[in-house]
Design a protein around this ligand. Structure first.
Ligand SMILES: [Zn+2]
Length: 416
């Protein structure tokens, strides 16, 4: 994290360009519309959030969003193979400024979605993460449709699936694996959650594994000497947990779940664990993965050697398997990236204090590919993310929307 310094110290041309755009009558009119249409944005936010969108179950919300995109005059509205929703506001270049919001939630399909409004506050699961992002994207599309602003580069609106948990960034991963979009997206502005006080420009990488050890099992007395998956797994954890990790780049590991065995007097037939590796550096994640695999190989070999020495009549050995259950690539925006200069200049223009942060978001995908991307909030304030007590307060939403609009317009260029 670092405080934002006034962009005029470092980047005079960008700061002047932002001031020029912010001062134009059309943009000032758009700013006014953000305030005037707040009640519509809150309605959209609640409508979207009332449609369940668990990982791999986003289709109803995607269909709803595609209808809104069409109503708001976006062109080329369509869904792709994985369920991402696209809409375009044409411009004059071949490369796009993308504005995206993930449409999935962490909540299972059966979660009661009691979405309600009390004064300026909206309540209910998913209302902020990412109801706020979806509402911001629709607010931008609607204000651009009514304001007479001519932007140079075209805008690509994306409601993407699969950001949360087991979704493993599958929506954004697919966007950047699609030939039509892969090289055509010049900048990605990702709206995730509430607020206007952060700039996620550093992607925290993670890799997750399920490690399974299997063996013949047996009776604790009569089959004594048969190899034990639990002991092999315990040896793995013991060895792996001694792997040194650097403070910089920050790197962590966690054994979060262990399972195995059936009863106190049975040699287990299997044991498993779930391991989470994180770092801002892909090289460190690779190094930790190698350490994990070596620890496992050596522990399994040691357990099998012990069996051989014990000389049981039919030596059946333990075997291991490593299944990758999650992979989010790391990366970061270069300090001299245009997108970083632009968002900082926009914050200076708006008198907004924001900090650069590191997190795991949809921005991991473009950042890991060396593309310019940031994740920012949709304005207002929120809390209780990933709980049933989640809330969003619409007060101050317009600051977040002005921030997104000015960023998009500066990135695309605006015709007089
Ligand atoms: Zn989110």
């Amino acid at each position: 994290m670092e405080p934002i310094s006034p962009a005029h110290d470092t980047y005079p041309p960008v700061q002047e360009e932002v001031a020029r755009i912010a001062g134009s009558p059309q943009v000032r009119a758009a700013f006014d519309r953000f305030r005037a249409h707040e009640s519509q944005f809150a309605l959209w936010q609640m409508e979207a959030t009332r449609l369940a969108a668990p990982p791999f179950g986003e289709a109803p919300r995607a269909a709803w969003l595609a209808d809104r995109f069409r109503e708001l005059g976006l062109t080329d509205v369509h869904l792709d193979e994985v369920g991402n929703v696209f809409g375009v506001r044409p411009g004059y270049g071949s490369r796009y400024v993308a504005l995206s919001a993930h449409i999935d939630t962490v909540f299972p399909a059966a979660t009661p979605l009691n979405i309600r409004q009390q004064g300026s506050r909206l309540y209910g699961p998913g209302v902020s993460d990412n109801g706020a992002g979806i509402a911001a994207m629709l607010a931008l599309a609607s204000v651009l449709a009514s304001a007479r602003i001519v932007h140079a580069l075209p805008y690509l609106f994306i409601g993407n699936v699969g950001e949360e948990g087991e979704g493993d960034l599958r929506g954004m991963r697919h966007v950047f694996a699609t030939p039509r979009w892969r090289d055509a997206i010049a900048y990605s502005v990702i709206v995730d959650g509430a607020g206007a006080d952060t700039i996620v420009a550093e992607a925290l990488g993670s890799r997750r594994f399920e490690v399974i050890v299997r063996g013949p099992g047996g009776h604790s007395w009569s089959d004594f000497g048969a190899p034990s998956p639990i002991i092999a797994l315990a040896r793995t954890i013991e060895a792996f947990s001694q792997t040194p990790v650097p403070a910089t780049p920050k790197t962590t590991y966690n054994v979060g779940v262990i399972r195995g065995g059936t009863s106190v007097n049975s040699i287990p037939e299997s044991a498993s664990m779930r391991v989470d590796l994180r770092s801002t550096s892909m090289a460190e994640i690779d190094r930790l993965e190698r350490a994990l695999r070596i620890a496992l190989e050596q522990a399994v070999a040691a357990e099998n050697r012990a069996v051989a020495q014990h000389g049981t009549r039919k030596p059946q050995l333990v075997q291991s398997e490593v299944v990758e259950i999650g992979n989010r690539p790391a990366g970061e925006l270069a300090r001299d990236a245009r997108l970083l200069k632009v968002i900082r200049a926009v914050d200076v223009q708006l008198g907004n204090a924001a900090q650069v942060q590191r997190a795991s978001t949809d921005a991991n995908i473009p950042l890991s590919l060396g593309r310019e991307a940031i994740a920012i909030g949709g304005g207002g304030s929120g809390g209780g993310a990933h709980t049933l007590q989640e809330w969003f307060d619409c007060n101050g939403r317009d600051l977040g929307l002005r921030r997104i609009l000015l960023t998009m317009l500066t990135l695309s260029g605006v015709s007089e």
